[in-house]
Design a protein around this ligand. Structure first.
Ligand SMILES: CC(C)=CCC/C(C)=C/CC/C(C)=C/CC/C(C)=C/COP(=O)(O)OP(=O)(O)O
Ligand SMILES: O=P(O)(O)OC[C@@H](O)CO
Ligand SMILES: [Mg+2]
Length: 232
């Protein structure tokens, strides 16, 4: 199966609820050298805020994907290459595994060819995503490895996402997920803040995701993480 993310090393995650840094523009954001832009955040995202970011990025050639945190923020735009829909394997209950998805499919006509899932393993208990989904983050490397195998082999997931949002993760646990996968692509996100941290996590995953750095330090700092990922 050929998927666009097979060739990615770096994804930039733009949170529609956060401002860009300093004088950065969306043109700068699209020209950091990242392989794709994911648009999404856990808290206070609306369809209107999503539309603002998609419209601003539409004219540049970087692939654009929406990553909705609930069905109400999904927007229909020809500028989007697709939708990356989280499912949280270690959520505290079924709503964030299949429940929100069932509601979405019930109320909307999906564009199935552009709709893909990401099997999240949420690891930082302080992150909004962990609190919202009541994720069990108390996982050993063996647990993470097992979740990754369940995602790939039992549920046919093409993307497994080890999510440390807001903190730099444990490389041993990320590597355990990486080693568990044959076909699926491992995304890693959390706390990447420069060349070194990008380079280190890129060695233990297939794609690194950089989020808050864009909003906190800006496009020049993001460009360093692209270099770190590409050099790994
Ligand atoms: C079925 C549909 C369309 C949506 C449901 C999708 C699911 C299951 C979402 C649950 C997990 C979630 C909220 C994912 C959003 C992506 C994400 C983890 C963004 C990063 O968020 P943080 O960085 O933790 O949050 P803030 O920056 O907003 O605090
Ligand atoms: O914001 P950071 O910590 O870079 O995390 C990136 C991403 O994995 C968040 O969903
Ligand atoms: Mg965030």
């Amino acid at each position: 199966m050929n998927n666009p993310w097979d060739d990615w090393d770096h994804v930039l995650k733009v949170d529609p609820d956060k401002e860009l840094h300093g004088d950065d523009t969306f043109e700068d954001v699209c020209r950091t050298g990242t392989d794709a832009i994911e648009i999404g955040g856990t808290l206070d995202v609306t369809a209107e805020k999503m539309t603002r970011v998609v419209d601003a990025a539409a004219e540049y050639d970087v692939p654009l994907y929406q990553e909705p945190s609930n069905p109400g923020v999904v927007i229909d735009s020809p500028a989007l290459d697709g939708y990356l829909i989280p499912t949280v394997f270690n959520a505290g209950g079924p709503f964030w595994i299949t429940g929100a998805h069932k509601e979405w499919v019930r109320i909307d006509d999906l564009d199935w060819d552009r709709t893909h899932t990401e099997a999240y393993i949420v690891m930082n208990p302080e992150a909004s995503v962990a609190q919202l989904t009541e994720a069990d983050c108390d996982l050993s490397a063996d647990d993470v490895e097992a979740y990754a195998k369940v995602a790939e082999r039992m549920f046919g997931q093409e993307i497994v996402y080890v999510e440390y949002s807001g903190m730099f993760g444990d490389t041993e646990k990320v590597a355990a997920a990486h080693d568990a996968l044959d076909e699926a692509t491992l995304f890693y996100g959390g706390g990447i803040h420069g060349y070194e941290s990008a380079n280190e996590m890129a060695a233990h995953s297939d794609v690194i995701v950089v989020g808050d750095l864009l909003h906190d330090e800006g496009v020049d700092a993001v460009r360093e993480t692209v270099k770190g990922a590409k050099d790994a």
